[in-house]
Design a protein around this ligand. Structure first.
Ligand SMILES: Nc1ncnc2c1ncn2[C@@H]1O[C@H](COP(=O)(O)OP(=O)(O)OP(=O)(O)O)[C@@H](O)[C@H]1O
Ligand SMILES: [Mg+2]
Length: 292
């Protein structure tokens, strides 16, 4: 760890402690107070996410090695690369699950992600979908979406009240978007694997994240489900920034529509970037990944 990083970490800790005490004295929510202090993300520069020289080591092994990456506001970016390339670790860094040894990460042009905790990062507008679906199996599809809404601090005020008309409309919209309108009252545990994945994406969307991170979202889906998922993501593009990690090249092809940029990760850094057809023709990429 560099001395200036240690210094800034100490600063963050001290500021956090001061604020926690303040909030405690006034009976407020310490965590929310910290977020307000951190300010709202600024997207006016067109940047949704910026990673700069991020390094993560596990017992000396570099899972990320000076990784730099920028995602624009509203962009849909696919990230590919061999097993162990560091794709999931990159998402762990963005969401605050793993702290890098060095580097910088910002959300918009102002929010320093490395200074926020996992919960705060979720609240500030970064949603993450893990590979395995995690829905409340015993609850209905509708109830799952309702719960996701209530997990949002902005909706907390209405926690003990009935859903407002606006909230009901929002749930209706999301049900439509994730192709589960007809399954609203169905117990989530009875859905197919693909439908569970959609429900979880819907739960993320209830919180209207600015940036969505999706780790192998179509693994285990049928071809038809995969195609519908691509349509869903394409419909989200523009309103949200999406970072999609996938091994399924047909799906990546559908998402990138022959023109969008794809990033290839290898050994913790960017090996190549460009259109899918370009990176597929890149010798280094073929050697480490696609040629296998
Ligand atoms: N907590 C950890 N402790 C030790 N090593 C880890 C840890 N997390 C990840 N690694 C290692 O870091 C490397 C990158 O792993 P990561 O899961 O990010 O790869 P990935 O690109 O997501 O691969 P895949 O396509 O298989 O999901 C791997 O070699 C992995 O074994
Ligand atoms: Mg992974």
């Amino acid at each position: 760890m560099t001395p200036d990083l240690m210094e800034s970490m100490r600063e963050v800790r001290e500021r956090h402690e001061a604020r926690t005490q303040q909030a405690g004295a006034s009976g407020g929510d310490a965590s929310f107070g910290r977020l307000l202090q951190a300010g709202q993300p600024d997207f006016t520069q067109g940047v949704a996410l910026y990673l700069d020289d991020i390094t993560v080591s596990f017992d000396g092994f570099r899972a990320l090695n000076k990784l730099s990456l920028a995602i624009n506001v509203g962009e849909l970016r696919c990230i590919i690369g061999p097993n162990g390339a560091g794709k999931t670790t990159m998402m762990d860094v963005i969401t605050g699950k793993t702290r890098p040894d060095a580097g910088r990460a910002s959300f918009g042009s102002t929010i320093d992600l490395l200074r926020l905790r996992e919960n705060d990062i979720a609240q500030i507008g970064i949603g993450r979908k893990f590979q395995k679906p995690t829905v409340y199996e015993q609850l209905s599809v509708f109830e799952n979406l309702e719960l996701a809404l209530k997990a949002d601090r902005r909706a907390r005020a209405s926690l003990f009240h009935r859903l407002s008309g606006e909230q009901l409309d929002r749930i209706g919209e999301i049900l439509q978007l994730i192709h589960l309108k007809g399954e609203a009252q169905r117990t989530a545990g009875l859905l197919s694997h693909g439908q569970k994945q959609w429900l979880e994406i819907g739960m993320l969307l209830m919180q209207d994240p600015k940036l969505l991170l999706l780790d192998e979202p179509v693994a285990g889906m049928t071809d038809e489900e995969t195609e519908r998922t691509a349509e869903l993501f394409l419909s989200l593009e523009g309103q949200h920034s999406l970072v999609v990690v996938e091994h399924d090249m047909k799906f990546v092809d559908q998402l990138t529509e022959g023109r969008k940029k794809v990033t290839v990760l290898h050994e913790g850094s960017v090996l190549a970037e460009g259109r899918l057809s370009e990176v597929q023709a890149n010798e280094k990429v073929v050697e480490v990944y696609l040629g296998r």
